[in-house]
Design a protein. Structure first.
Ligand code: ZN
Ligand code: ZN
Length: 352
């Protein structure tokens, strides 16, 4: 552990320089004045395999606190020092009580004014159920908690901030985040400081006005044998306004399967005469004899025949056809299923 007690005073290993650490060890060897915070056992000062100074039980006795790996200690040490340098107060192995009586012990606990942030380093495997249960206990206690998992797979509700933590070498860790250019690795201390200063946000595209590209593609008309264009997909360029954020995309099929497809098409697409100039037939509700329903469809700009969803897979030569802006409203996200998991994500501002 990075914390022990001297009477009722906390002693934190990451707050001592090398000289202070050696002096404390000598003093403790003579006086045995330090106590563990998990039980009242006497303390021995050690250095981990990764050279992190920490406090251990002189004799473990009946204490049930889990032994920590050197990676777990090192990650906590880096997080704690990053929090301090960001001007927050910090302690480790902080014990708290939820309103329902459940006890929690936070790996790293940061406070500033009325804000409380907890960082949990999960080096041992934890099931999704347990993560959700522990998160709920923190939430009930009014504590905002971030999870850093060694394990690759975890599936938590998207609003819970949870990321993969990777040990690169010695005392170097990074956090894996999703960006427009793929998975990016942010150095742990930079990530922690960013998280405390607003660089980490949930669903930042919600209610934002963002650039929209309508992508079009060529289609060989099966009836008139000419080659008109069709509306193929939509790309919302979130990364332009939010550096690192993934662009949001959805297909024409995603749009046409929405219950408010017609209204949305009017908002997202240029009017029929602009479409016609681009050799795109009117995009509107049409009755399909095959499916026996009306749905939003592309049509041939030359002969007017409906292009069913089936045929759109034969479109080719996709290019950006039109640019405008779109308001990422709740209505839009609710109307197009594939947008939900693209909008409700954590975004780390990579420009900071
Ligand atoms: Zn103990
Ligand atoms: Zn045609």
């Amino acid at each position: 552990m990075l914390k022990c007690l001297n009477g009722d005073q906390e002693v934190l290993s990451f707050q001592l320089d090398e000289k202070g650490w050696d002096l404390l060890r000598q003093q403790n060897q003579q006086e045995r004045h330090l106590q563990m915070s998990c039980c009242d056992a006497r303390v021995v000062l050690k250095r981990s395999k990764l050279n992190v100074p920490f406090f251990a039980h002189l004799k473990r006795g009946l204490c049930t606190s889990a032994a920590e790996t050197s990676e777990h200690l090192a990650a906590k040490f880096l997080i704690a020092t990053a929090i301090e340098s960001a001007g927050w107060r910090v302690t480790t192995e902080m014990k708290g009580l939820a309103p329902n009586g459940a006890v929690w012990i936070a790996d790293v606990y940061a406070t500033k004014n009325d804000w409380i942030r907890v960082f949990e380093v999960q080096w041992s495997r934890q099931s999704n159920e347990e993560s959700i249960a522990r998160h709920s206990i923190y939430k009930q206690s009014g504590v905002r908690t971030m999870w850093l998992f060694r394990q690759k797979e975890f599936e938590l509700p998207s609003e819970i901030p949870a990321f993969r933590l990777i040990h690169r070498s010695e005392n170097s860790f990074c956090v894996e985040i999703e960006t427009e250019s793929g998975e990016e690795h942010i150095e742990l201390q930079r990530f922690v400081k960013g998280a405390l200063s607003g660089a980490l946000k949930y669903a930042p595209t919600m209610n934002a006005l963002l650039p929209l590209e309508v992508w079009i593609a060529k289609m060989d008309c099966f009836k008139c044998k000419r080659t008109p264009n069709i509306v193929a997909e939509f790309r919302i360029l979130a990364s332009r306004n939010l550096p690192g954020h993934r662009d949001l995309t959805f297909s024409f099929e995603d749009l046409s399967s929405s219950s408010v497809a017609e209204t949305l098409a009017q908002q997202l697409l240029p009017n029929a005469s602009v479409l016609q100039k681009a050799r795109i037939g009117p995009v509107k509700m049409r009755y399909s004899k095959t499916l026996r329903i009306s749905y939003l469809s592309n049509a041939c700009a030359y002969c007017g025949v409906l292009f069913g969803q089936f045929f759109s897979h034969h479109a080719y030569d996709h290019v950006s056809g039109f640019e405008s802006t779109v308001d990422i409203s709740k209505n839009l996200v609710d109307a197009i299923d594939s947008l939900e998991h693209q909008v409700n994500v954590w975004w780390f501002n990579t420009s900071r």
